[in-house]
Design a binder for this molecule. Sequence first.
Ligand code: COA
Length: 260
Amino acid sequence: MNFSHIQFSIDEGIGLVTIHRPEKLNALNAAVMQDLRTVFEHAGSNSEVKGLILTGSGEKAFVAGADIRELAEIDPPRAEILSSQGQATFRLLETMRKPSVAAINGFALGGGMELAMACTARIASTNAKMGQPEVKLGIVPGYGATQRLPRLVGRGKAIELLISGEMIDAAEAHRIGLVNHVVEGSNLLAFAKDWLKKVLANGPLAVALTIQAVETGYDVGLEAGLRFEAMAFGFSAATEDRREGTRAFLEKRPAVFTGR
Ligand code: COA
């Protein structure tokens, strides 16, 4: 596949997406967003890809936000479309039914932090800086932060971050639960791969359904969420993976899952 602003490779079932616009700190312009949409569609339907890691090119930034030069020119009807389309692209990633990890190798601001929040997990390097600075530009976040940030860190902290526009460092992001782990930059990709490999060694259908149950539960409330969980549990009990997983335990050997 040919991309102008991302690099994509697959190794041992892990798709590595590197946002590659380092001279602009990997800011999300229209071309990057188009490439992201294409790669998420491709990864979602390609059985070779079992999970995704997203990172930024260079040592300074994951993604420093939406492209401010484009935002400076945009008219209101086009802005609403841009937001809806960007939300849909990030939703593709979030609902791909394959786990994804943001390997945050520096600034993750605005759309960059929103992209990281659409991933299943976030691992930050010690030099990472995260924030939603949109209000400092006189705009509202448009790629999901007002919805995903409170779900991740709670309403009080989310509103503070969203209306102050201030950046936080990796340690604070970890303390509030915005990132799952913080590691040295030199170890970031290796750590993200090991983390994802551990998840991918589990029953793939069980992992996908568990993520879906958590996400669905947030949207529909406890009663309906519990119903969804019970149905997902029933579905998982009908899979070959359930037979293999339980048998492997009883036979004291590692399970080999097929995702069926
Ligand atoms: N959109 C467009 N260009 C951006 C950008 C963005 N979001 N973030 C950085 N860039 C560009 C800069 O304009 C600069 O380009 P230039 O060399 O042609 O002037 C280049 O990337 C390097 O950035 P620079 O500001 O010189 O680096 P820095 O180390 O001094 O500062 C940041 C780093 C991240 C603090 C700073 O770039 C910044 O505040 N960026 C905007 C963050 C933001 O508000 N994002 C939300 C957008 S909704």
